[in-house]
Design a protein around this ligand. Sequence first.
Ligand code: R7I
Ligand code: MG
Ligand code: MG
Ligand code: MG
Length: 352
Amino acid sequence: SCAKLITRFRGSMVGAVIGDCIGACFEMNDEECTKSNILKTIAHIENVKAGKRRKFGEYIYTDDTAMARSVAESLIDNKGFNAKDMAKRFSEEYMREPRRGYGGNVITVFKLLQDPQLEDVFEPARRQFDGQGSFGNGGAMRIVPAPLFSYNKDIEFLQNLTRQITEITHSHYQAIQGTILESLAIYIALHTDNTIPLDTDHYLQQLKKHMNTLEEEGLAQESEKNDKPYCYKLDKMKEYLEQEEVSIDELNEVLGNDVSALGSVPAAIYSFLRSSKPFTDELEDRNGFEKTIIYAISMKGDTDTIASMAGAIAGAYYGIKSIPDSWQHSCEGAIDASKYADKLIDISEELK
Ligand code: R7I
Ligand code: MG
Ligand code: MG
Ligand code: MG
């Protein structure tokens, strides 16, 4: 029903903001990323309730959320994808608040997008990195509004929309594939019955089916490549979930935790899936959303982005009620995210 669906739309949009805001305290600060340290930050956040240390919205969002807001606003105002409008919003948002922690190279794209004479808004992205395009995770980190917008549409619609949104800044095939994987992970989580325990094998199978097709297509174009790295990582996740406990070092080695799409989207998906299994440590008393965020940050490296992408998936599955009020109050932009979710659900119903 719609009443239930709205909690999941809100959960996904707000979940992404929460992961970004809390994860940003730890980005590229690996030695801080122990579970007990992360829980110290969470304890501070939970003091908001008592009106003690923390102020409303004190944890500020970064580029991940700034760009997701532009994606949401553009999809809502245009009731669909409008490349020029979305490009304009990305670039104006960057000019308005350049200090949100943007990737080192994407800002070149934003500057070129300022040119009013620019005919093809996809051109600056194609020129990045000597013409191969960026393989950074900046496409995947902002994609959450797309699977919500596409809720009543099929996978092909979702993939096309995702690809177009990504290509405004990221044209490398691995960035596009990784963003599609994140989009699918959210879309499938939204469509999965959350009143029964999550079947992680089935969830991974669905992702693998689509990624296999995409990577096969990619192979035809990239003849020098002979592997399917996203499919490989999905297989490894299945293997890890069958094991008792896998070390963070091993996960970092195999799944990655860096600013590339290939090195971060799998870590986000794994954080969500791992959280549906029991923990024997400090995490055991936390709910599935809380576990996902804390676990995602414990992956180290690009923590704001990994936690944000994981939070979008977990929020879509567990719903807004799983996100503690104190966390929502502490994170800048969480209330706006809920409003975007409400507008996106209206539009997705219209598109039925
Ligand atoms: O992908 P992007 O928007 O960055 C997002 C990340 C997230 O972690 C945010 O939280 C923020 O911190 O930044 O920005 P890009 O500049 O396109 O890519 C990010 C980085 O990935 C680049 O600065 C490069 O270091 C690296 N990178 C590449 N390096 C070599 N060759 C991306 N593509 C390439 C490449 O093709
Ligand atoms: Mg960021
Ligand atoms: Mg950063
Ligand atoms: Mg980041």
